[in-house]
Ligand binder design. Structure first.
Ligand code: C2E
Ligand code: CA
Ligand code: CA
Length: 461
């Protein structure tokens, strides 16, 4: 072989080698592209793939597109109790079950931990309702996961293509509908409509108003008496926040506290509330305590115990004059942290009340397990004690149980003398409600405390 032929052969070999490398590279790129658009656990599209698909359908397809966002309810508790492998197994099983009911032109994707997305096209109203119902049923089935029977439900938010809706709009609308489905009690679907749209706008204006409100002193605290059941003597006051907004008028805390929770503003707002309430209580003097509501997010914050004690020191108020009110969700969400925070607070004399007892999934087990001093029986129970005997019987047994665990009981929302009588007979030691006093300003509360002190001293004289 001459030099020229050798050079040619060498070149061919190099080209062949390069070719092979290019092919391998291409394969790797394909794998990487596939991985970037697919979910490792289930093999279906992931969020990026889903968004790509939706974008291209919105521009190309002539059919009307519909997006479903599906969120498994309380999936976290499966992960927490049975472990992450079990959670993964459940996700895979539900994914397979949903795949089996997908229409031919439908797309299913896993958008996150327990969140799925579906795109379907050209559905009629009836067809869509049927399909959503089927997805709910499929998710809701009983499944065996790692030897345990597991049943979860799902919430579904639906958005339909309208004129000039971008993929971002559709995802946002579906998300708002999903949020509405959850708020309305989960295990249901909601289709985005004008009502949801209006609520979303209202929320948004609350959201933007809230931040400004904190910086421009639009919040104030009011205080509602908690009285000893037998005598009606004031023992303390529950601190309740009020917002007078220049744009919206007075807004109920039931409307804005959850929004502040979601945006995280509750941390700053909660600090303001606590400081204010402790300062006011210090000013009252006497022996009345102040009871401060702590939202779940606030309570599960790191060092919340130390924080409250610092505020007490700043206000020069004995921790023994402070009570905090928590709901069960604040404890259940992160049991370990809650336990730690509760111990720190109680060790220094702060009392802990369990708020809204009797609503939601009240479990007596928690009462014994956690450091709790007081149970606040929810107004919904109190409302019923005059109407049905059963409610009075339940209040009585809760009171007995509380007493045996060394806890006290406050009944909330007492509005009549008849309720008062029945609640005393049922063993409630303390009462709160319009019958004894509506929420009042700090100054009015202070006046009441002073008049009590005068009464005591003249009584003693
Ligand atoms: P909650 O903690 O259960 O507070 C009791 C609510 O019932 C208060 O409403 C109180 O004004 C009202 N109430 C008391 N007695 C009666 C009665 O006899 N009849 C009727 N119809 N209502 C009565 P409010 O002040 O509107 O607060 C609503 C909820 O907002 C509170 O429920 C609490 O969950 C939340 N909230 C209020 N203030 C704060 C706060 O400072 N921080 C946090 N995190 N949440 C707060
Ligand atoms: Ca409360
Ligand atoms: Ca309550």
């Amino acid at each position: 072989m001459n030099d020229a032929a050798r050079a040619l052969a060498q070149r061919d070999r190099t080209i062949g080698l390069l070719d092979a490398q290019v092919t391998e590279l291409r394969a790797r790129v394909d794998i990487a592209m596939h991985a970037a658009r697919h979910d490792g656990l289930t093999g279906i599209l992931n969020r990026a793939g889903f968004v790509d698909e939706l974008t291209s359908r919105l521009t190309r397809s002539r059919q009307k597109q519909t997006v479903l966002l599906i969120d498994l309810d309380r999936f976290k508790s499966v992960n927490d109790t049975l472990g992450h492998d079990a959670g993964d197994d459940l996700v895979r099983k539900i994914c397979a079950a949903m795949t089996a009911v997908m229409p031919a032109d439908g797309v299913l994707a896993r958008l996150g931990g327990d969140e799925f997305g579906i795109i379907i096209e050209g559905m009629t109203e009836v067809g869509l309702a049927d399909f959503c119902g089927m997805i709910l049923r499929v998710c809701n089935q009983n499944r065996r996961v790692f030897g345990h029977e597991v049943q979860v439900s799902a919430s579904v938010g639906v958005a339909q293509q309208g004129s000039s809706l971008s993929h971002q709009d559709m995802m946002r609308n579906a998300d708002l509908a999903l949020y509405a489905a959850k708020r309305e009690g989960r295990n249901r679907y909601r289709i985005y409509d004008a009502v949801i749209d209006k609520a979303a706008r209202h929320r948004l204006s609350i959201e933007t108003g809230l931040e400004r409100a904190l910086n421009t002193n639009q919040f104030k605290m009011v205080y509602q008496p908690i009285v000893k059941a037998e005598t009606g003597r004031i023992q303390g006051f529950e601190a309740l926040i009020r917002w007078d907004s220049p744009e919206h008028g007075s807004i109920s805390p039931t409307d804005f506290v959850p929004v502040a929770e979601e945006t995280g503003l509750i941390l700053e707002l909660g600090d303001w509330i606590t400081r204010q309430a402790l300062k006011d209580c210090r000013r009252w003097g006497g022996d009345a305590y102040v009871s401060v509501n702590l939202s779940a997010r606030q309570f599960l914050r790191q060092n919340v115990g130390e924080r409250i004690l610092q505020f007490a020191e700043d206000a020069d108020l004995a921790p023994g004059k402070i009570q905090i009110e928590l709901t069960e969700t604040a404890i259940i969400d992160d049991v370990e942290r809650a336990d730690r925070n509760l111990k720190i607070l109680r060790a220094s004399g702060v009392r802990v009340a369990l708020d809204d007892f009797g609503t939601g999934c009240s479990s007596l087990v928690y009462l014994n397990q956690f450091a709790i001093d007081c149970i606040k029986i929810d107004k919904s129970f109190v409302d019923n004690v005059t109407r049905d005997r059963q409610s009075a019987v339940i209040v009585a047994s809760v009171s007995r149980l509380a007493a045996s665990l060394g806890m006290s009981v406050v009944a909330e929302g007492v509005e009549s003398e008849e309720q008062r009588r029945i609640l005393i007979a049922a063993g409630c030691g303390a009462l709160q409600g319009y019958h004894f006093g509506k929420p009042m300003t700090a100054t009015e509360a202070g006046r009441l405390v002073k008049s009590l002190a005068t009464l005591d001293s003249t009584g003693a004289a």
